[in-house]
Design a protein around this ligand. Structure first.
Ligand code: 48F
Length: 259
């Protein structure tokens, strides 16, 4: 026997559950824009500590640049010093050459996403951050729109407020770019624009971790947005620096929110 399903209840179930999720996350301790490896790692560690963490992701799937590994071959490489983060989220790895390890890109993307959610973070996908909100010379949130609307229709965005905002948007460093075009951040990259430098895995991995931090009161950067903001080298499909950058920014933000 086929049980009759009430379509209006299905619709209402979605509306009620989404509304509850959205309305309880319009204000957060940490708002992360971009669900790439660095943003998801930061979300995991901060949510685990009990902070209220919201991630806005413009695409359908979280994971950013993880899924395709290198050149669409879905494996990524991780250095020994980042293995602790794989262990923390239960993602498996295999020994590769020297002190390098290979990780299935799909396992890494899904593992980082699931562990951030399980730790308590909320991901709002298909939501694009369109601009920053600044009050008394401090970033206090972003305005965002449904991705399908953003740039396509003349519709005003809604605001998401947070004590700390993390630009995890990768190569475009979208939030830093909004600061720059409003004259609130001076770009010092060799090109004078938001842009990462030519590929150099050794220097890029060290650079991204070293420069991870707060770039303007209330606005933090992690992952490739660090290289884009300061003109550091790109590094290709080696991801240890992204995870270590995410953990570093989580520790720095936790400390700043505790005072
Ligand atoms: O680029 P991405 O994966 O960020 P990441 O954490 O990691 C970089 C690596 O994937 C790779 C690399 C490592 O060696 O070079 O590139 O720095 O993910 C950035 C996420 O931000 C989303 C975008 O869809 C992606 O999932 N994003 C970008 N702009 C916006 C956004 C926006 N305006 N609003 C919401 N999400």
């Amino acid at each position: 026997m086929v049980r009759k399903l009430d379509e209006t209840k299905i619709t209402k179930g979605i509306l009620d559950a989404y509304h509850e999720k959205l309305s309880s996350h319009i204000s957060s301790d940490l708002l992360i824009v971009g669900a790439g490896p660095s943003g998801l790692t930061a979300a995991f560690y901060l949510a685990k500590k009990g902070f209220k963490v919201t991630i806005l992701e413009k695409r359908l799937s979280p994971g950013g640049g993880i899924w395709g590994g290198g050149m669409g071959l879905n494996e990524v490489i991780i250095q020994e010093e980042a293995l602790a983060h794989l262990k923390a989220v239960g993602v498996r790895y295999r020994k590769s050459g020297g002190d390098l390890y290979s990780v299935d890109a799909v396992e890494l993307g899904s593992g980082l996403t699931f562990s951030a959610l399980k730790a308590g973070a909320v991901i709002l996908n298909l939501v694009t951050a369109e601009d920053i909100c600044v009050e008394d010379e401090r970033v206090i949130g972003v305005v965002a729109n449904r991705t399908m609307i953003s740039g396509a229709l003349h519709v005003d965005p809604l605001m998401f407020h947070a004590k700390a905002v993390l630009d995890g948007t990768g190569h475009d460093a979208v939030l830093v770019e909004h600061l720059r075009r409003r004259g609130l951040f001076q770009i010092t990259t060799p090109s004078g624009r938001i842009a990462d430098g030519a590929m150099n895995a050794t220097e890029g991995e060290a650079f991204v971790v070293e420069k991870t931090g707060e770039v303007y009161p209330g606005l933090w950067i992690s992952g490739m947005s660090v290289c884009a903001t300061f003109g550091g080298p790109r590094m290709g499909p080696i991801f240890g620096g992204m995870l270590i950058s995410g953990k570093k920014v989580a520790d720095l933000i936790a400390r700043s929110l505790a005072v």
